[in-house]
Design a protein. Structure first.
Length: 309
């Protein structure tokens, strides 16, 4: 029998654990027909509520439910990585605990794997029920990424993805600390089939992503998959050099030909402020990359496991 590993990252999802299981089990007959066994690995990302107790309760009832519990909140990226490490299946799927990734799509996804695809990914075609400002920035992010990164990152892509063991091993071989899995999927390659679906609103509880968290996550994505900001800093530097050079020529001509004394203390200060601002900005960009490199060099583990069942 082949095995399907289901990875479910959970951070304060006590209300959703049992609901997710119930929803997932509805596809049981499909699995039986396909001679497919399953294991559900809930990754508790340092929840402060009763998530762990809920998972343990499920484990008592069904031995195919497993848990990896973190010592603190390490973030969804770390949770998915831990899931990939613990998955034993021939196929692996990652799903949100809040049922925003409908398990009812699994049979269709599986049919494409049988047709020879290495991975079946999903994207939502709309962002119904999401704050408009959030959707706006999300769209801007994907547009920017398409321009500045060679790795394909699809707009509206979810982390809901079914993969073969081979692809999961490839993802695990990418050991970087600053993880941006949406980019890593594209980077490792393999044949991917994209399925689209209408956005489903979160069943219970609140989203764990604040605007600020998403914003820093997007910067992570840009820096992990593009060095364009560094090039941008150099180009800006060159532009300002050219501008300064032209200004020098203008001033020399003005003084020699028209006998104009060079004056303008205020304008000088403005220019000084502008240039030093640009310099600091560019140094900041370099600093960001340096700090990322610093974290990578430390080689800290991506997560710390506290309990495993
Ligand atoms: N999640 C996690 N760690 C975090 C934040 C979120 O494991 O630090 C999990 C969360 O429990 C959920 C999934 O990641 O199963 C997606 O989170 P959420 O639904 O809050 O994000 P959204 O769907 O709003 O993008
Ligand atoms: Mg969600």
């Amino acid at each position: 029998m082949r095995l399907l590993s289901v990875i479910v990252p959970c951070y304060n999802e006590e209300d959703n654990i049992a609901d997710f299981y119930a929803e997932f089990i509805k596809s049981k007959s499909f699995f039986e027909k396909k001679e497919l066994d399953y294991e559900i690995i809930y990754i508790d990302d340092g929840s402060e509520d009763n998530t762990v107790a809920e998972i343990k309760k499920l484990h008592e009832a069904d031995g195919r439910v497993h848990m990896v519990s973190f010592s603190r909140n390490f973030g969804k990226e770390a949770a998915m990585y831990a899931g990939f490490e613990h998955a034993k299946g021939d196929y692996v799927v990652t799903m949100d605990a809040d049922l925003q990734d409908p398990p009812s799509m699994l049979p269709e996804m599986f049919s494409y794997i049988e047709q020879g695809y290495d991975s079946v990914a999903t994207r939502r075609v709309n962002r119904k029920g999401e704050p408009p400002i959030r959707s706006f920035f999300a769209r801007m992010f994907y547009r920017l990424m398409r321009r500045i990164s060679k790795t394909e990152i699809v707009d509206g892509a979810r982390d809901y993805r079914l993969m073969t063991k081979q692809m999961v091993d490839a993802i695990l071989s990418v050991k970087e600390y600053n993880r941006f899995t949406k980019g890593i999927y594209g980077w490792v390659g393999f044949r991917t089939k994209w399925l689209e679906f209408e956005n489903v609103e979160r069943k219970k509880g609140e989203t764990k992503w604040s605007f600020w968290k998403l914003f820093t996550y997007s910067l992570e994505g840009i820096m992990a998959f593009s060095t364009a900001p560094l090039a941008f800093a150099s180009i800006l530097g060159i532009l300002f050099c050219i501008l300064a050079f032209l200004m020098i020529i203008v001033i020399i001509i003005k003084t020699l030909v028209f006998g104009d004394p060079t004056s303008g203390w205020p304008s000088m200060i403005c220019i000084l402020c502008l240039i030093s601002g640009v310099q600091l900005f560019c140094m900041g960009i370099i600093g960001q990359y340096l700090s990322k490199a610093y974290m990578e060099v430390k080689e800290r583990p991506i997560y710390i496991c506290k309990e495993e069942i």
